[in-house]
Write a protein that binds this ligand. Sequence first.
Ligand code: ZN
Length: 407
Amino acid sequence: MDAWPTCDVPQLPGSGRPLRLFDTAQQALMETGSGPARMYVCGITPYDATHLGHAATYLAFDLVQRVWRDAGRTVHYVQNVTDVDDPLLERAAHTGENWMSLAEREIQLFRDDMTALRVLPPDDYIGAVEAVPEITEAIGRLLDDGAAYHVHDDIYFSVASAPGFGRESNYDRDTMLRLFAERGGDPGQTGKKDPLDPLLWRAHRHGEPFWDTPLGRGRPGWHIECSVIALNRLGMGFDVQGGGSDLIFPHHEHSAAHAEVLTGQAPFARAYVHTGMIGLDGEKMSKSRGNLVLVSKLRAARIDPMAVRLALLDGHYRADREWTGGRLPAAEARLDRWRAAVALDSAPDARPMLETVRERLADDLDTHGAIAAVDEWAEAALASDGLDPEAPTLARSTVDALLGVAL
Ligand code: ZN
Protein backbone atom coordinates (compact mmCIF):
# COMPACT_ATOMS: atom_id res chain seq x y z
CA MET A 1 0.00 0.00 0.00
CA ASP A 2 1.03 3.62 -0.30
CA ALA A 3 3.05 5.06 2.55
CA TRP A 4 3.07 8.86 2.97
CA PRO A 5 4.91 11.70 1.20
CA THR A 6 8.59 12.09 1.90
CA CYS A 7 10.28 15.35 2.79
CA ASP A 8 13.61 16.66 1.51
CA VAL A 9 16.63 16.00 3.69
CA PRO A 10 19.29 18.72 3.28
CA GLN A 11 22.82 17.56 2.50
CA LEU A 12 25.25 18.60 5.22
CA PRO A 13 28.94 19.40 4.74
CA GLY A 14 31.38 16.64 5.65
CA SER A 15 30.16 13.22 6.68
CA GLY A 16 28.26 11.77 9.63
CA ARG A 17 29.54 9.08 11.96
CA PRO A 18 28.87 5.35 12.24
CA LEU A 19 25.82 4.77 14.43
CA ARG A 20 25.97 2.73 17.61
CA LEU A 21 22.70 1.35 18.99
CA PHE A 22 21.76 -0.77 21.98
CA ASP A 23 20.93 -4.32 20.89
CA THR A 24 18.44 -6.11 23.13
CA ALA A 25 19.74 -9.57 22.11
CA GLN A 26 23.33 -8.87 23.11
CA GLN A 27 22.39 -6.38 25.84
CA ALA A 28 25.17 -4.11 24.57
CA LEU A 29 25.88 -1.16 22.35
CA MET A 30 26.95 -2.23 18.88
CA GLU A 31 28.04 -0.61 15.64
CA THR A 32 25.32 -0.75 13.01
CA GLY A 33 27.79 -1.48 10.20
CA SER A 34 28.49 0.27 6.92
CA GLY A 35 27.27 0.11 3.33
CA PRO A 36 23.60 -0.16 2.36
CA ALA A 37 21.44 -0.28 5.48
CA ARG A 38 18.32 -2.40 5.95
CA MET A 39 15.70 -1.75 8.62
CA TYR A 40 12.32 -3.21 9.56
CA VAL A 41 10.08 -1.46 12.09
CA CYS A 42 6.80 -3.03 13.20
CA GLY A 43 3.86 -0.94 12.11
CA ILE A 44 0.53 -0.16 13.69
CA THR A 45 -2.60 -2.19 14.08
CA PRO A 46 -4.92 0.45 12.68
CA TYR A 47 -7.21 1.47 15.53
CA ASP A 48 -6.53 4.25 18.07
CA ALA A 49 -3.54 5.49 16.05
CA THR A 50 -1.38 7.51 16.50
CA HIS A 51 -0.81 7.99 20.22
CA LEU A 52 2.37 9.58 21.51
CA GLY A 53 3.90 6.18 22.33
CA HIS A 54 3.64 5.21 18.66
CA ALA A 55 4.95 8.60 17.59
CA ALA A 56 8.00 8.35 19.87
CA THR A 57 8.84 4.92 18.41
CA TYR A 58 8.64 6.01 14.77
CA LEU A 59 10.58 9.19 15.58
CA ALA A 60 13.43 7.15 17.07
CA PHE A 61 13.76 5.01 13.95
CA ASP A 62 13.39 8.12 11.80
CA LEU A 63 16.56 9.38 13.48
CA VAL A 64 18.26 6.05 12.78
CA GLN A 65 17.51 6.55 9.09
CA ARG A 66 18.68 10.20 9.18
CA VAL A 67 21.98 9.36 10.91
CA TRP A 68 22.65 6.53 8.44
CA ARG A 69 21.95 8.79 5.46
CA ASP A 70 24.20 11.51 6.87
CA ALA A 71 26.97 8.90 7.09
CA GLY A 72 26.51 8.21 3.37
CA ARG A 73 24.52 4.98 3.69
CA THR A 74 21.56 4.18 1.49
CA VAL A 75 18.62 2.87 3.51
CA HIS A 76 16.02 0.23 2.67
CA TYR A 77 13.26 0.68 5.21
CA VAL A 78 10.27 -1.66 5.48
CA GLN A 79 7.23 -1.25 7.72
CA ASN A 80 4.04 -3.31 7.92
CA VAL A 81 0.45 -2.56 8.84
CA THR A 82 -1.38 -5.27 10.74
CA ASP A 83 -4.61 -4.53 8.92
CA VAL A 84 -6.33 -7.75 10.00
CA ASP A 85 -5.92 -9.06 13.57
CA ASP A 86 -7.96 -9.69 16.71
CA PRO A 87 -7.68 -6.21 18.31
CA LEU A 88 -8.86 -4.49 15.13
CA LEU A 89 -11.74 -6.94 14.68
CA GLU A 90 -12.73 -6.61 18.34
CA ARG A 91 -12.82 -2.82 18.09
CA ALA A 92 -14.88 -2.98 14.89
CA ALA A 93 -17.31 -5.44 16.49
CA HIS A 94 -17.57 -3.23 19.59
CA THR A 95 -18.45 -0.08 17.64
CA GLY A 96 -20.42 -1.81 14.89
CA GLU A 97 -18.15 -0.43 12.19
CA ASN A 98 -16.94 -2.43 9.21
CA TRP A 99 -13.39 -3.57 10.07
CA MET A 100 -12.02 -2.56 6.66
CA SER A 101 -13.42 0.98 6.90
CA LEU A 102 -11.99 1.30 10.41
CA ALA A 103 -8.57 0.14 9.21
CA GLU A 104 -8.62 2.39 6.16
CA ARG A 105 -9.54 5.45 8.19
CA GLU A 106 -6.95 4.80 10.90
CA ILE A 107 -4.19 4.09 8.36
CA GLN A 108 -4.91 7.43 6.67
CA LEU A 109 -4.84 9.19 10.04
CA PHE A 110 -1.47 7.55 10.75
CA ARG A 111 -0.12 8.69 7.36
CA ASP A 112 -1.26 12.25 8.08
CA ASP A 113 0.33 12.17 11.55
CA MET A 114 3.64 10.83 10.19
CA THR A 115 3.63 13.49 7.46
CA ALA A 116 2.96 16.27 9.98
CA LEU A 117 5.74 14.98 12.25
CA ARG A 118 8.11 14.82 9.24
CA VAL A 119 8.86 11.13 9.66
CA LEU A 120 10.56 9.80 6.52
CA PRO A 121 8.34 7.11 4.97
CA PRO A 122 9.32 3.45 4.54
CA ASP A 123 10.30 2.31 1.05
CA ASP A 124 7.93 -0.63 1.38
CA TYR A 125 4.72 -0.18 3.34
CA ILE A 126 3.00 -3.55 3.41
CA GLY A 127 -0.36 -4.58 4.81
CA ALA A 128 -0.98 -8.05 6.22
CA VAL A 129 -3.96 -8.36 3.87
CA GLU A 130 -1.89 -7.81 0.75
CA ALA A 131 0.81 -10.17 2.08
CA VAL A 132 -1.55 -13.14 2.66
CA PRO A 133 -0.22 -15.14 -0.36
CA GLU A 134 3.43 -14.88 0.69
CA ILE A 135 2.58 -15.62 4.33
CA THR A 136 0.60 -18.74 3.46
CA GLU A 137 3.45 -19.92 1.23
CA ALA A 138 5.86 -19.61 4.16
CA ILE A 139 3.50 -21.40 6.57
CA GLY A 140 3.21 -24.20 4.00
CA ARG A 141 6.98 -24.59 4.03
CA LEU A 142 7.07 -24.67 7.85
CA LEU A 143 4.44 -27.45 7.75
CA ASP A 144 6.47 -29.38 5.16
CA ASP A 145 9.58 -29.05 7.31
CA GLY A 146 7.82 -30.30 10.43
CA ALA A 147 8.28 -26.94 12.18
CA ALA A 148 4.53 -26.30 12.21
CA TYR A 149 1.55 -28.48 13.07
CA HIS A 150 -2.23 -28.45 13.14
CA VAL A 151 -4.41 -28.07 16.21
CA HIS A 152 -7.75 -28.85 14.58
CA ASP A 153 -7.71 -26.48 11.61
CA ASP A 154 -5.45 -23.88 13.20
CA ILE A 155 -1.70 -24.04 12.58
CA TYR A 156 0.94 -23.50 15.26
CA PHE A 157 4.71 -23.03 15.13
CA SER A 158 6.83 -25.41 17.17
CA VAL A 159 9.36 -23.43 19.20
CA ALA A 160 11.26 -26.71 19.69
CA SER A 161 12.19 -26.51 15.99
CA ALA A 162 14.01 -23.18 16.51
CA PRO A 163 17.48 -23.62 18.05
CA GLY A 164 17.83 -19.85 18.53
CA PHE A 165 14.53 -19.40 20.38
CA GLY A 166 15.11 -17.16 23.42
CA ARG A 167 18.20 -15.47 22.03
CA GLU A 168 16.47 -12.19 21.21
CA SER A 169 14.74 -11.47 24.53
CA ASN A 170 17.04 -13.46 26.87
CA TYR A 171 13.98 -14.04 29.06
CA ASP A 172 13.64 -17.15 31.21
CA ARG A 173 10.76 -19.50 30.56
CA ASP A 174 8.56 -18.19 33.40
CA THR A 175 8.87 -14.63 32.11
CA MET A 176 8.10 -15.81 28.58
CA LEU A 177 4.98 -17.64 29.76
CA ARG A 178 3.77 -14.60 31.68
CA LEU A 179 4.35 -12.16 28.81
CA PHE A 180 2.90 -14.57 26.23
CA ALA A 181 -0.34 -14.67 28.23
CA GLU A 182 -0.38 -10.89 28.74
CA ARG A 183 0.36 -9.97 25.13
CA GLY A 184 -2.05 -11.88 22.96
CA GLY A 185 -0.62 -15.41 23.23
CA ASP A 186 -2.58 -18.51 24.19
CA PRO A 187 -0.40 -20.58 26.54
CA GLY A 188 -3.46 -22.41 27.86
CA GLN A 189 -4.67 -23.62 24.46
CA THR A 190 -5.03 -27.41 24.52
CA GLY A 191 -3.42 -29.60 21.87
CA LYS A 192 -0.21 -27.58 21.54
CA LYS A 193 3.20 -29.22 21.83
CA ASP A 194 4.53 -26.36 23.97
CA PRO A 195 2.48 -23.65 25.70
CA LEU A 196 4.77 -21.05 24.06
CA ASP A 197 4.03 -22.24 20.50
CA PRO A 198 2.44 -19.28 18.67
CA LEU A 199 -0.42 -19.26 16.21
CA LEU A 200 0.64 -19.08 12.55
CA TRP A 201 -2.76 -19.49 10.95
CA ARG A 202 -6.24 -19.04 12.41
CA ALA A 203 -8.83 -21.14 10.65
CA HIS A 204 -12.05 -19.40 9.70
CA ARG A 205 -14.58 -18.79 12.49
CA HIS A 206 -18.10 -17.63 11.85
CA GLY A 207 -18.28 -13.88 11.42
CA GLU A 208 -14.54 -13.40 10.95
CA PRO A 209 -12.82 -12.38 7.72
CA PHE A 210 -11.00 -15.16 5.87
CA TRP A 211 -9.02 -15.88 2.74
CA ASP A 212 -9.29 -18.99 0.60
CA THR A 213 -5.74 -20.34 0.47
CA PRO A 214 -3.87 -23.62 -0.01
CA LEU A 215 -3.90 -23.83 3.82
CA GLY A 216 -7.69 -23.65 3.83
CA ARG A 217 -9.89 -20.75 4.87
CA GLY A 218 -8.50 -18.46 7.53
CA ARG A 219 -6.14 -15.59 8.28
CA PRO A 220 -2.49 -15.24 9.33
CA GLY A 221 -1.08 -14.71 12.80
CA TRP A 222 0.84 -11.59 13.71
CA HIS A 223 4.42 -12.85 14.21
CA ILE A 224 4.60 -14.73 10.91
CA GLU A 225 3.23 -11.64 9.17
CA CYS A 226 6.21 -9.46 10.17
CA SER A 227 8.67 -12.31 9.71
CA VAL A 228 7.68 -12.94 6.09
CA ILE A 229 7.20 -9.30 5.09
CA ALA A 230 10.69 -8.47 6.38
CA LEU A 231 12.38 -11.62 5.04
CA ASN A 232 10.98 -11.28 1.52
CA ARG A 233 12.14 -7.67 1.19
CA LEU A 234 15.29 -7.39 3.29
CA GLY A 235 16.62 -10.94 3.49
CA MET A 236 18.34 -12.34 6.56
CA GLY A 237 20.83 -10.46 8.70
CA PHE A 238 19.38 -7.00 8.15
CA ASP A 239 20.70 -4.19 10.33
CA VAL A 240 17.86 -3.25 12.66
CA GLN A 241 14.56 -4.78 13.75
CA GLY A 242 12.73 -2.06 15.63
CA GLY A 243 9.69 -1.51 17.78
CA GLY A 244 8.45 -0.62 21.24
CA SER A 245 9.83 -2.51 24.25
CA ASP A 246 6.49 -4.34 24.54
CA LEU A 247 7.44 -6.18 21.32
CA ILE A 248 10.61 -7.76 22.79
CA PHE A 249 8.56 -10.80 23.69
CA PRO A 250 6.71 -12.57 22.22
CA HIS A 251 6.54 -10.67 18.94
CA HIS A 252 10.19 -10.17 18.00
CA GLU A 253 11.30 -13.48 19.49
CA HIS A 254 8.76 -15.45 17.46
CA SER A 255 9.29 -13.40 14.27
CA ALA A 256 13.02 -14.13 14.46
CA ALA A 257 12.44 -17.82 15.20
CA HIS A 258 10.10 -18.20 12.19
CA ALA A 259 12.59 -16.60 9.80
CA GLU A 260 15.55 -18.52 11.17
CA VAL A 261 13.74 -21.84 10.74
CA LEU A 262 12.47 -20.87 7.26
CA THR A 263 15.97 -20.06 6.01
CA GLY A 264 18.22 -22.25 8.18
CA GLN A 265 20.24 -19.07 8.80
CA ALA A 266 20.74 -16.69 11.72
CA PRO A 267 20.39 -14.02 12.81
CA PHE A 268 17.16 -12.58 11.46
CA ALA A 269 18.33 -9.07 12.43
CA ARG A 270 21.78 -7.97 13.54
CA ALA A 271 20.33 -5.64 16.17
CA TYR A 272 16.98 -5.62 17.97
CA VAL A 273 16.31 -2.06 19.01
CA HIS A 274 13.49 -1.15 21.37
CA THR A 275 11.95 2.12 22.45
CA GLY A 276 10.62 2.94 25.92
CA MET A 277 6.99 3.51 26.76
CA ILE A 278 5.42 6.95 27.09
CA GLY A 279 3.44 7.38 30.29
CA LEU A 280 0.79 9.85 31.33
CA ASP A 281 0.24 10.83 34.96
CA GLY A 282 2.30 7.90 36.21
CA GLU A 283 0.67 5.26 34.04
CA LYS A 284 1.75 3.66 30.78
CA MET A 285 -0.14 5.17 27.83
CA SER A 286 -2.23 2.34 26.48
CA LYS A 287 -5.47 1.55 24.77
CA SER A 288 -6.71 -0.54 27.66
CA ARG A 289 -6.21 2.28 30.18
CA GLY A 290 -7.95 4.77 27.90
CA ASN A 291 -5.34 7.45 28.54
CA LEU A 292 -4.05 7.91 25.01
CA VAL A 293 -2.84 11.30 23.82
CA LEU A 294 -3.35 11.26 20.05
CA VAL A 295 -1.15 13.19 17.63
CA SER A 296 -4.23 13.97 15.54
CA LYS A 297 -5.92 15.60 18.56
CA LEU A 298 -2.87 17.79 19.15
CA ARG A 299 -2.86 18.73 15.46
CA ALA A 300 -6.55 19.57 15.63
CA ALA A 301 -5.78 21.84 18.60
CA ARG A 302 -3.36 23.74 16.32
CA ILE A 303 -0.28 22.56 18.22
CA ASP A 304 2.80 22.90 15.99
CA PRO A 305 3.81 19.30 15.07
CA MET A 306 7.44 20.41 15.28
CA ALA A 307 6.91 21.18 18.96
CA VAL A 308 5.42 17.71 19.46
CA ARG A 309 8.42 16.21 17.67
CA LEU A 310 10.90 18.22 19.71
CA ALA A 311 9.11 17.41 22.97
CA LEU A 312 9.27 13.66 22.25
CA LEU A 313 12.93 13.84 21.22
CA ASP A 314 13.94 15.60 24.44
CA GLY A 315 14.47 12.35 26.31
CA HIS A 316 16.28 9.13 25.51
CA TYR A 317 14.42 6.78 23.18
CA ARG A 318 15.08 3.74 25.37
CA ALA A 319 13.82 5.33 28.58
CA ASP A 320 10.24 5.06 29.73
CA ARG A 321 9.13 8.67 29.82
CA GLU A 322 6.30 10.74 31.20
CA TRP A 323 4.26 13.06 29.01
CA THR A 324 3.72 15.85 31.49
CA GLY A 325 1.96 19.14 30.98
CA GLY A 326 5.21 21.08 30.89
CA ARG A 327 6.79 19.25 27.98
CA LEU A 328 4.89 20.93 25.18
CA PRO A 329 5.29 24.55 26.37
CA ALA A 330 9.02 23.91 26.91
CA ALA A 331 9.35 22.56 23.38
CA GLU A 332 7.38 25.49 21.95
CA ALA A 333 9.66 27.97 23.74
CA ARG A 334 12.74 26.12 22.47
CA LEU A 335 11.36 26.14 18.92
CA ASP A 336 10.81 29.91 19.14
CA ARG A 337 14.43 30.45 20.26
CA TRP A 338 15.84 28.23 17.52
CA ARG A 339 13.66 29.93 14.87
CA ALA A 340 14.75 33.38 16.05
CA ALA A 341 18.41 32.32 15.88
CA VAL A 342 18.24 30.88 12.34
CA ALA A 343 16.40 34.02 11.17
CA LEU A 344 19.45 36.18 12.00
CA ASP A 345 21.63 37.53 9.17
CA SER A 346 24.75 36.13 10.77
CA ALA A 347 25.65 34.12 13.83
CA PRO A 348 28.55 32.25 15.46
CA ASP A 349 30.07 29.43 13.39
CA ALA A 350 27.59 26.52 13.35
CA ARG A 351 30.08 23.83 12.26
CA PRO A 352 31.11 22.84 15.81
CA MET A 353 27.41 22.49 16.67
CA LEU A 354 26.88 20.25 13.62
CA GLU A 355 29.75 18.00 14.70
CA THR A 356 28.44 17.78 18.26
CA VAL A 357 24.95 16.88 17.04
CA ARG A 358 26.47 14.19 14.80
CA GLU A 359 28.60 12.85 17.64
CA ARG A 360 25.71 12.78 20.14
CA LEU A 361 23.22 11.08 17.79
CA ALA A 362 25.78 8.47 16.69
CA ASP A 363 26.07 7.48 20.36
CA ASP A 364 22.82 5.50 20.67
CA LEU A 365 20.72 8.50 19.62
CA ASP A 366 21.54 10.85 22.48
CA THR A 367 18.90 13.35 21.43
CA HIS A 368 19.08 15.19 24.74
CA GLY A 369 22.77 15.93 24.08
CA ALA A 370 22.10 16.90 20.47
CA ILE A 371 19.34 19.31 21.52
CA ALA A 372 21.62 20.83 24.17
CA ALA A 373 24.21 21.55 21.45
CA VAL A 374 21.61 23.40 19.35
CA ASP A 375 20.43 25.27 22.46
CA GLU A 376 23.96 26.41 23.17
CA TRP A 377 24.49 27.64 19.61
CA ALA A 378 21.11 29.42 19.57
CA GLU A 379 21.78 31.17 22.89
CA ALA A 380 25.16 32.36 21.61
CA ALA A 381 23.62 33.48 18.31
CA LEU A 382 20.87 35.48 20.02
CA ALA A 383 23.41 37.09 22.39
CA SER A 384 26.07 37.97 19.79
CA ASP A 385 26.39 40.51 17.01
CA GLY A 386 26.98 37.69 14.52
CA LEU A 387 30.16 36.66 12.79
CA ASP A 388 29.35 34.13 10.10
CA PRO A 389 26.65 34.86 7.48
CA GLU A 390 26.52 31.15 6.54
CA ALA A 391 25.86 29.98 10.10
CA PRO A 392 22.07 30.46 10.33
CA THR A 393 21.51 28.43 7.15
CA LEU A 394 23.86 25.65 8.29
CA ALA A 395 22.13 25.53 11.68
CA ARG A 396 18.72 25.32 10.01
CA SER A 397 19.94 22.49 7.74
CA THR A 398 21.51 20.62 10.65
CA VAL A 399 18.32 20.67 12.70
CA ASP A 400 16.27 19.72 9.64
CA ALA A 401 18.49 16.87 8.37
CA LEU A 402 19.47 15.26 11.68
CA LEU A 403 16.61 16.03 14.07
CA GLY A 404 13.91 16.30 11.39
CA VAL A 405 12.68 19.60 12.83
CA ALA A 406 11.76 22.26 10.26
CA LEU A 407 12.58 25.74 11.58
ZN1 ZN B 1 6.05 -6.80 13.80
